[in-house]
Design a protein around this ligand. Structure first.
Ligand code: SAM
Length: 285
């Protein structure tokens, strides 16, 4: 009887435009595994031909991913190593692979992720917007109502917002941004790593003007980034509404200690500070 170890699933990021961005490690893994699960095998055949790799491929896309889990699990059980790739960039990031990785991990399989190209990280690293915290929103909803609602939900967020957009919706999205956040600084990262890579920065209105001036700027693939909303400071809270809130609480007979806990929960900040302020308001009364 032959004994073998189960294989490994390698999640492999591939270029988002420039083929030189494929890492030597990724190239080696694609050449050495027994099979490659690819989002679109015809699309990926070009990458493999460029690398001179003839590893057999099988498709794994949103419509067959759940069904593919057992097949791939059986290959791993038989000791085969497998690579997962998508059409471009990092699998699972707005691309298939999540169901597979989740299921294989649940089954105790060995999964190794190789770092590599990803449009959102590339865009953020070149945009000049704060990156200490950011929210990635995936693709905005296509329907105008849902898109507006998604933007409304994000409007007050203080961190940088990043989302993917397709060329045929970019103008609509900028129009929606102009309506909802006309002052917001927006960066469009277009055609990253490709010949016509551009970063455009401006208010939504300025960007719409630039796209109207040069229709080439509306073509290709986009990452849209929004500067976060300006932070709401404690002092603004105090000037605008905290005092009113505290007076109402005191009028309603809420004690200073409980009032401080309520205000801190609602507006943030330290309970002790609200306590002192409530005391002051109470004595003024
Ligand atoms: N998995 C990919 C990744 O890691 O970035 C993303 C796949 S998603 C289906 C495709 C979207 O990514 C495009 O619509 C675009 O928003 C963004 N994208 C991909 N390549 C890009 C590029 N070269 N320049 C700008 N955006 C790109």
């Amino acid at each position: 009887m032959t004994h073998h170890n189960p294989g490994t699933l390698y999640v492999v990021a591939t270029p988002i435009g420039n083929l030189d961005d494929l890492s030597p490690r990724a190239a080696r893994v694609l050449a050495e595994v027994s099979r490659i699960a690819a989002e679109d095998t015809r699309h990926s055949a070009r990458l493999l031909a460029h690398l001179g790799v003839n590893t057999p491929m099988l498709s794994l896309h949103e419509h067959n991913e759940a069904r593919r889990v057992d097949t791939l699990d059986a290959y791993l059980e038989a000791g085969e190593n497998i690579a997962l790739i998508s059409d471009a960039g990092t699998p699972l990031i707005c691309d298939p692979g999540f169901v597979l990785v989740r299921e294989l991990r649940l089954r105790g399989r060995h999964v190794v992720a190789l770092p590599g190209p990803c449009a959102l990280v590339t865009a953020l690293s070149g945009a000049g917007l704060p990156t200490d915290r950011f929210t990635f929103g995936g693709f905005l909803p296509a329907k105008p109502g849902a898109r507006r609602q998604a933007l409304e939900e994000w409007q007050a967020r203080e961190e940088t917002l990043v989302f993917y957009e397709s060329p045929h919706r970019i103008v609509h999205t900028l129009e929606a941004l102009h309506e909802q956040m006309p002052e917001r600084s927006v960066v469009l990262a277009r055609e990253l790593t490709k010949t016509f890579e551009t970063f455009l920065q401006g208010t939504p209105e300025e960007l719409l003007a630039q796209l109207a001036d040069d229709p080439n700027q509306a073509r290709g693939e986009f990452v849209v980034m929004l500067a976060g909303a300006p932070p709401v400071t404690q002092s603004e809270h105090q000037d605008i509404s905290a005092d009113q809130l505290m007076k109402v609480l005191l009028d309603e007979g809420v004690g200073v200690k409980q009032g401080a806990a309520i205000v801190a929960r609602m507006l943030g900040g330290r309970k002790q500070e609200w306590y002192a302020r409530l005391q002051a308001i109470k004595t003024e009364h």
